[in-house]
Design a protein. Structure first.
Length: 156
């Protein structure tokens, strides 16, 4: 494979940024589960009056925020680790795994009912662009990138 262009070499940074933004939001919610309500309100969602007036229902919602934040931490740590290692090296499995992100952003676009949903299209377009510019490396024939656990392309 020939010389990498700058955007091929640094496309992994996009996924690291996605992970860092997600981690920041998740840590805030883990530290203060009630902050999840405020976060949703900034995106145009209001908590139903039945939940606001019921301490048990409010605690249940906070528990859901905690659970979601915990899962987000895991996904984002995996993303950060894969971006900085296997994806950066051009390993095909990492390239394929990162199609999770455009799918996730598309699902958020379809599920959100606020103006925030349109930001998901921007994140999705950037993820597809990062994957598109790295496809040549991930799918090039020849030996696997140095340090890769994948077999050589000829053996695939």
């Amino acid at each position: 494979m020939g010389q990498q262009r700058w955007y091929e070499r640094y496309a992994w940074v996009y996924f690291a940024v996605v992970a860092a933004v997600g981690l920041a939001g998740a840590v805030v919610v883990l530290v203060d589960p009630s902050s999840g309500d405020a976060m949703f309100e900034r995106f145009g969602f209001e908590a139903p009056a039945a939940i606001i007036g019921d301490a048990e229902a409010q605690r249940y919602v906070e528990h859901l925020f905690e659970w979601s934040a915990g899962m987000t931490v895991g996904v984002d740590l995996f993303t950060l680790l894969i971006a900085a290692t296997a994806f950066r090296r051009g390993e095909r499995w990492a390239w394929l795994a990162f199609w999770y992100w455009p799918a996730a952003f598309l699902s958020h676009f379809l599920l959100y009912e606020s103006d925030f949903r349109y930001a998901q299209l921007v994140w999705m377009a950037l993820a597809v662009a990062a994957l598109a510019v790295t496809a040549r490396r991930a799918w090039s024939p020849g030996p696997a990138p140095e340090g890769s656990i994948a077999p050589a392309a000829a053996a695939r």
